[in-house]
Design a binder for this molecule. Structure first.
Ligand code: PLP
Length: 352
């Protein structure tokens, strides 16, 4: 057995597969200072509870919403589960369904299974939600229409305003999953946020592109009444109700999210986006030039149909890359991914 004191975590030098990244130094420091705090008990851990309100306000600023309701989740999975739970509790039906594009993250399957909600997945067109296919699946029992702003596999952005309209016409809520894309999208022309469309809830994760320490996800809601759909009585705590899914939560995640956003919003996030997008475009061109079929980049994520039996060989050389469900190689240009990393990655591909 390895001793934790002697074990070293992986470094990020050859990691092209992850949607997490190196935390900002200020985020790392804040996480360490707040290790022994629990925002789940705001009566006892007041400072971190205040920091959580700051985190939610700052996430609202990033996602175009004044006075947001919300909280810092353990990640995108929890935020998506809670968004579906809000919609289920808010909806007026005994047989609720959620309509999402097939590109939606698998956390919606977990949500559906846990919450007894039917998940209807609509085929995509060009890796984005197909509006006709979504409309066909929506009916009187639909409680939520989901749009993805930065899909996990291809980094594509759904037509969020049109999906919000479909939801509104059906009397359903609209949830946007910007877990990964949320800290890149403010610097693009995409319409994805609360000030672009009539969306009700949104997932945006500081522990991905936001450069906070893990775990720090984010759930935002347009109105406090939506969050109240989650309230459970908590008789033995000083606060009387709890909306979160987990009880004890990571104060380190909360503090590091605030520290990262303080340090980086908006200028450095913008610079990070521009660098990452340049890198993604460079990689896409390099792969296309070598005859590979490339998808994207719409955001800094490149998928390519590589014919080499790549994953194992690349893994032997230390690279961490992943595949899409259709078997394309997928490179996520996170903040730690530099041009020189990509140059040596392409040089290794050329070697095969
Ligand atoms: C779009 C999207 N939503 C949700 C998630 C789930 O986030 P987490 O792994 O933090 O639970 C991911 C993870 O990659 C994602 O890409």
């Amino acid at each position: 057995m390895q001793q934790a004191q002697q074990a070293t975590p992986q470094d990020f030098d050859r990691v092209l597969s992850s949607m997490c990244t190196e935390p900002h130094p200020a985020a790392r420091q804040a996480a360490e200072r707040f290790l022994a705090t629990n925002p789940g008990d705001p009566g006892t851990y007041e400072t971190v509870a205040e920091l959580e309100r700051d985190a939610v306000d700052m996430l609202g600023t990033v996602a175009g919403l004044d006075d947001p309701a919300g909280y810092v989740t353990s990640g995108g999975t929890e935020a998506n589960i809670q968004a579906v739970r809000i919609a289920r509790n808010w909806g007026d039906t005994d047989d609720p369904n959620v309509v999402a594009p097939e590109s939606a993250h698998f956390s919606f399957q977990k949500a559906a299974e846990l919450l007894g909600v039917e998940l209807r997945t609509a085929p995509t067109a060009g890796h984005r939600a197909n509006l006709d296919a979504v409309s066909e699946l929506v009916d009187a029992d639909t409680v939520c229409v989901v749009g993805v702003a930065g899909s996990t596999e291809y980094g594509y952005v759904d037509p969020i305003p049109a999906l919000a309209d479909i939801a509104e016409d059906a009397g359903a809520l609209c949830h946007v999953d910007a877990a990964w894309g949320g800290f890149y999208l403010p610097f693009t022309d995409h319409e994805w946020a609360f000030d672009d469309a009539a969306i009700d809830t949104l997932t945006i994760d500081p522990h991905k592109v936001g450069r906070a320490a893990v775990p720090a996800g984010g759930l935002l809601a347009r109105a406090p009444e939506l969050l109240d759909e989650l309230a459970i009585d908590t008789p033995y705590l000083e606060s009387t109700a709890q909306v979160t899914l987990t009880g004890t939560r990571s104060g380190a995640g909360v503090a590091s999210a605030v520290a990262a956003m303080d340090a980086l919003w908006p200028k450095e996030y913008q610079e990070t986006y521009e660098r990452a997008m340049d890198n993604a475009e460079w990689l896409a061109e390099s792969l296309a030039h070598r005859g590979h079929e490339v998808v994207g980049p719409e955001l800094p994520l490149v998928a390519a149909d590589l014919s080499v039996p790549m994953t194992d060989e690349l893994r032997d050389r230390g690279w961490r890359v992943s595949k899409t469900g259709s078997g394309e190689m997928r490179v996520v240009c996170m903040p730690h991914v530099t041009r020189s990393m990509l140059r040596s990655f392409v040089a290794d591909l050329d070697w095969y």
